[in-house]
Design a protein around this ligand. Structure first.
Ligand SMILES: Cc1cc2nc3c(=O)[nH]c(=O)nc-3n(C[C@H](O)[C@H](O)[C@H](O)COP(=O)(O)OP(=O)(O)OC[C@H]3O[C@@H](n4cnc5c(N)ncnc54)[C@H](O)[C@@H]3O)c2cc1C
Length: 373
């Protein structure tokens, strides 16, 4: 068998996987059905500074704003989280995709655009080598190889407005179970003069556009964007639970990114987890080709490395989804009283809450960047 990997999907997860595979000297071809990668942009681009360092993309030119904290709102209360050092960057998603593409190609990967891969072609690719399914939330690869289903999805709707924010260094997060059941509404200054307003709801909770309309008709939101020019809008979905399996050993198929459900359930952020998983998948594939290692090792390593954090994110989501508006308002009051906003500002880790706990307990960081190679 050839040492060849076919990566289906040229989103961030597929391209970061391809970059790593090519760097390891493996013949890698990425296929994407789109003629222009990264379009249309349906998602936001809030990525933690720590997470970006962990995946090692040269993202600098895609930064459109830098965030130092958040204002969390519930039931008329607000908790402020603020950090002097930058916590997160807002990235232009199309530009980020282009950077990932260029880095993968620079390492030697081939990227074929305008090519929708079918089930029959997948069987051909898998007989020639290894297949990585990085084909997003509604994965054809996972469906074709029957690699379990994703149980929980969020529905989203977001729009961008041509207007500034009162404080472009913070993102506003609104918990309101009557409007955004299962996630929250957000207002993010994408840049100094572009504001993004969005909403996420559990897929069982109705219609995202109707929720978005209810959210934007709230006084504090309509005061902000009511007269502003809307420059884009759209709906999407986010998978928020891991598939039962993310490897099909017999056919040599591995899933990464949204295709696998590698998304933080508490926020819907998937770029960091999907990319880190892609690096793990590539390392496992290298070991498979070179030493006959077990491809299932990818799934084992992923679970060992990330399941505690994924579980913590899932606990946070189930807490705020179940507690109701009064309970959430009271929680903010208690947390604010305990100085939790300041604590989060200092020690918070948007992606790896277990790292925050290690910090609190005085334990050494796991230094993920080094362990992911
Ligand atoms: C509203 C919203 C806001 C978000 N905000 C954030 C955020 O702030 N931070 C964050 O980290 N994450 C965020 N996310 C999640 C993030 O966008 C996803 O986790 C991430 O884009 C997943 O990347 P991916 O490469 O796995 O999949 P995708 O980006 O979906 O890429 C999959 C690719 O596969 C291609 N494809 C599919 N089927 C085939 C086929 N059969 N043949 C060939 N090509 C195929 C598609 O064309 C696509 O290019 C948000 C998502 C949404 C919807």
């Amino acid at each position: 068998m050839e040492e060849k990997v076919s990566v289906i999907g040229g989103g961030t997860a597929g391209l970061v996987t391809a970059r790593r595979l090519a760097k390891l000297g493996i013949n890698t071809v990425v296929y994407d059905q789109k003629k222009v990668l990264g379009e249309p942009v349906r998602a936001s681009g809030i990525l933690s500074v720590k997470g970006l360092e962990r995946i090692g993309i040269s993202y600098g030119s895609a930064v459109t704003n830098t965030l130092h904290g958040a204002r969390i709102h519930a039931n008329g209360r607000t908790m402020n989280i603020y950090s002097k050092p930058a916590v997160a960057h807002v990235l232009d998603r199309k530009h980020l995709n282009d950077i990932c593409h260029d880095e993968a190609v620079a390492e030697g990967a081939d990227v074929l655009l305008g090519k929708r891969v079918t089930g029959r072609e997948l069987d051909g690719f898998s007989s020639e080598g290894v297949v990585v399914g990085a084909d997003g939330a509604v994965s054809e690869v996972a469906r074709h190889y029957k690699i379990g289903s994703i149980k929980n999805y969020l529905l989203t709707y977001k729009a961008e407005y041509n207007i500034g924010h009162d404080d472009h260094r913070v993102v506003d997060v609104f918990f309101d179970s009557g409007v955004a059941k299962g996630l929250f509404g957000w207002i993010c200054p994408n840049s100094k003069d572009i504001l993004e307003v969005g909403i996420g709801i559990d897929s069982s909770s109705g219609n995202a556009l109707a929720s978005f309309n209810r959210f934007t008709s709230r006084k504090e939101i309509s005061d902000m964007v009511g007269n502003a020019k809307k420059i884009s809008e759209g709906a999407s979905i986010i998978p928020v639970s891991l598939r039962r399996h993310i490897v099909e050993v017999k056919s040599r198929v591995l899933l990464v990114g949204d295709a696998a459900g590698q998304v933080k359930p508490s926020t819907g952020g998937g770029i960091i987890y999907g990319s880190l998983a892609g690096i793990l998948a590539a390392n496992t594939i290298k070991n498979y080709f070179e030493h006959g290692g077990d491809l299932y090792e990818y799934e084992r390593t992923y679970r060992r490395t990330f399941m505690l954090d994924m579980w913590m994110h899932a606990m946070v989501k189930s807490f705020y989804s179940g507690i109701g508006n009064r309970g959430m308002g009271l929680t903010l009051k208690i947390l604010e009283g305990l100085g939790f906003g300041r604590f989060l500002g200092r020690y918070g880790d948007m992606d790896m809450p277990s790292e925050m706990a290690r910090n609190l307990l005085g334990l050494r960081s796991r230094n993920l960047k080094v362990s992911l190679g």
